[in-house]
Structure formats: C-alpha cells, structure tokens
Design a protein around this ligand. Structure first.
Ligand SMILES: [Zn+2]
Length: 399
C-alpha cells in the first residue's frame, strides 16, 4: 500500500498539533518546553517551532516560574497570553437573549440579559444584530480585540454551516445565521445547540472533567443529550447533533415542532410535567412553578412523586439503549428536577439496570451537572473547543 500524503492532511496535522500544544499550555502552564514535548509526544524541534508561532501571534508567552531548573536558575515556562483577546458569547432562549463578553481564557468581562421577542426570519436576524450593536454601544470602553462570536440556541441546528433549521420558539426556517453574522462582522462564527455546548462545558470544567465517555441528559423545556465518546463529542465537525428529545414515545401524542408526533420532549419537557401536575391538582396555573412542584415532591405528595417517577422511567428506557451503545463511565443530568434527584435518579437507574448489559450498567454513575441552564458558559466552551482543536488558533495566527 502506498502512502499518499495530501496537502490537506498536512494542514490537518499542523492544526491538530498546534491545538494540542495550546491545550497543554492552557491546562499545565507555566510549563517548560521539555515537559511539553513529553506530554504532547512531539519532538523538541516541533515544540520549538509551534511555540515560536504561538508566541509571535501573542497567544502564548514566556514566563519564569519558581520550579528551579538547571544550576538553580528559575526555569522558563510557557503560559497562555489572553490579554486583549476577547470574544462574544450569545445565548438565545425563549423570549430572552444573553450576551457576554469574555477574554480568551473564558473569564467574563461583562454580561447583559435582555428580553427578545421576534417571529419571522428577517426580524430575527435584525433583532440579533440590534442586540449586538446595542451591546457594543453600551460597553465600548470594555472592548479590546474581538476575535470570534459563539452562539447557543435550543433549536434544530447545523453547527458546521451555522444554520438554524427550526426552533420551538421562533418561526424560523433554515436560517443561515452563521453566514449572515460572518458577512457583517468578518469574524469566525460558532453556532451550536445549547445542550451540546453545555456538555462541552461540563467536560472541560464541570462534572464531566477527566471523563472520556460521557452522556449528558437535559430535562428542561427542551429535552436532549450530548454524548462524548473517547474524549470527542459525538458529531463534532458534523452537520448534526444528538436528538433524543425527538424519539417518539407516544404515537398518539402531541404534535412536535420537528414535524412528528409524541416526541419525548412533548411528554417529559418541564412545561409538560407542570401541565400534567396542574391538570391533576386543579391548582391555579400561575401559582405553579417547577420549584413548587419539586417542593410538593419533597413534602411527599404522591401524585407529584408519580409524575416524576414516570418521567424518570421514560427517560431511563431511552438511556438504557444509549448505555448499551456508548458504555459511558458517567451520566450527567442537567435539570431543574435535580432538586428531587432522590426520586428521579433511582427511576432512571432502575430502567438502565433492567434493560442494559449488566457489565455496562454496573459501572455507570448518575450525577448532576455542575452548571445550571443559564448564562453564556456553554457558548464560551465552544470557543475553548475551537482553540483546543486548532481551528480558531489558525484563524487568529493568520491575523
Ligand atoms: Zn420532535
């Protein structure tokens, strides 16, 4: 077999190596070039070349650190240089938009939350542009060198092409948001489903840190999952995301915005759970919140306990299949129902134990996510991921 190295392969290797070196400097810095060479398993000459490029681009800097090196002199190490580099994180929820300005290390400079109500394609774009313009106007003094924009939304998206296909809240169809904002700003634009981005955030800094095989389930107004296998997000660099919320579980159920009927999301989404509770108790709907529902369960109301167990069992049946396919070490659950996890988790666990391979189900633990479902940290994680895989670094190095 002949080895035919295409130029694109060389570019890909260069990108991967730069991303790897940057990640190691970010995670272990200050770190010496020798230690970096060992951790990256790259030759010292390659490390010298890559770190030179990163230093020239002001993405990494040299620093003395107290770890004494040769002849008792302070060793010279490398750490990331995030000064002056900023990016914008945008989170679009139902009726709400959050915009955050962060430095390249992910630290928040300023964040602003506003009401957001639009319906049609064009007004949707106009409103986003308006919000961004307003944000810049209000926070001009905090602005330095803007490098990228990342956006999360709970909708059916194509992350590679930056397209929102459809949304449960906004009347939008195949909207090329990424292309539009790129043309307007000239910046790289990252778009991702909110749940996939949240899973990336948990794996980088939260309850999934140091786990190579993870499944995160989100049970909120949206129901969905993010899957990490062998340290990589499933569908990374692909046109799709994991869509467990759109598995049909009630063939005669409600219409879903995806076009089908009786999807998991239409049955166990938080709004549906509240509705179910409301229709059973005849309480005033405005008095009913997810917090009061959880409190009723904590106080031992058998009807609420039953509703939560039922949701847990339905989710557990789907999780059991996912456990057999992905054999995760850990399952993360992100939900306002985490305050009644003593009811929810055993219901999920029981289905997994009963329905999946014992060798797999015995080794998986179920824990709550570290972060809640607000703020722009998931969008920030997209930027971190694009730095670590080298994609954004190459763009920044080209100036
Ligand atoms: Zn659906």
């Amino acid at each position: 077999m002949s080895v035919d190295v295409q130029p694109s392969h060389i570019d890909q290797i260069r990108q991967t190596n730069i991303g790897l070196v940057y990640r190691l400097i970010d995670q272990y810095g200050p770190i010496s070039r020798i230690a970096l060479s060992k951790k990256a398993q790259l030759a010292p000459a390659s490390i010298t070349k890559i770190t030179r490029e990163l230093i020239d681009a002001h993405l990494v800097k040299e620093t003395e650190f107290p770890d004494l090196g040769f002849r008792g002199r302070p060793a010279v190490g490398l750490k990331v240089d995030s000064k002056g580099w900023q990016f914008l994180c945008i989170r679009i929820d139902e009726g709400r938009i959050v915009i955050g300005l962060r430095d390249l290390s992910g630290n928040l400079v300023v964040e602003k939350q506003s009401a957001f109500s639009v319906s049609l394609n064009y007004s949707f774009l106009d409103c986003i542009v308006n919000e961004i313009d307003n944000f810049f106007l209000c926070h001009q003094s905090a602005l330095e060198r803007l490098t990228a924009i990342s956006i999360t939304i709970n909708a059916i998206v194509d992350p590679v092409n930056g397209v929102i296909h459809s949304s449960p809240y906004y009347d939008i169809h195949d909207l090329p948001l990424g292309k539009f904002l790129h043309q307007r700003t000239g910046l790289p634009i990252f778009l991702q489903h909110g749940i996939a981005a949240w899973t990336i955030a948990e794996s980088l800094y939260g309850a999934g840190k140091n786990y190579q095989n993870l499944i995160q389930i989100v049970i909120d107004d949206n129901v969905g999952a993010g899957i990490m296998t062998a340290g990589q997000m499933l569908h990374a660099g692909n046109h799709s995301v994991v869509e467990i919320g759109h598995i049909q579980i009630e063939p005669n159920g409600e219409h879903c915005y995806c076009g089908n009927i009786g999807c998991l999301e239409t049955v166990v989404g938080i709004k549906k759970i509240l509705y179910k509770f409301h229709s059973q108790t005849e309480k005033q709907s405005d008095a009913l919140t997810i917090d009061s529902l959880c409190q009723a369960a904590i106080d031992g109301d058998p009807r609420v306990t039953e509703i939560i167990c039922d949701a847990g069992e339905r989710i557990g049946r789907i999780m059991a299949i996912m456990v057999n396919i992905f054999n995760p070490e850990r399952i993360l659950i992100g939900s306002p129902l985490n305050s009644v996890k003593h009811i929810l988790y055993p219901a999920i666990q029981q289905q997994i134990v009963q329905r999946s391979l014992p060798g797999y189900s015995q080794q998986v633990d179920i824990v709550a996510t570290q972060f809640d479902n607000t703020g722009t940290l998931p969008a920030a994680a997209l930027i971190k991921q694009a730095l670590y895989n080298g994609e954004l670094l190459l763009e920044l190095m080209q100036g």
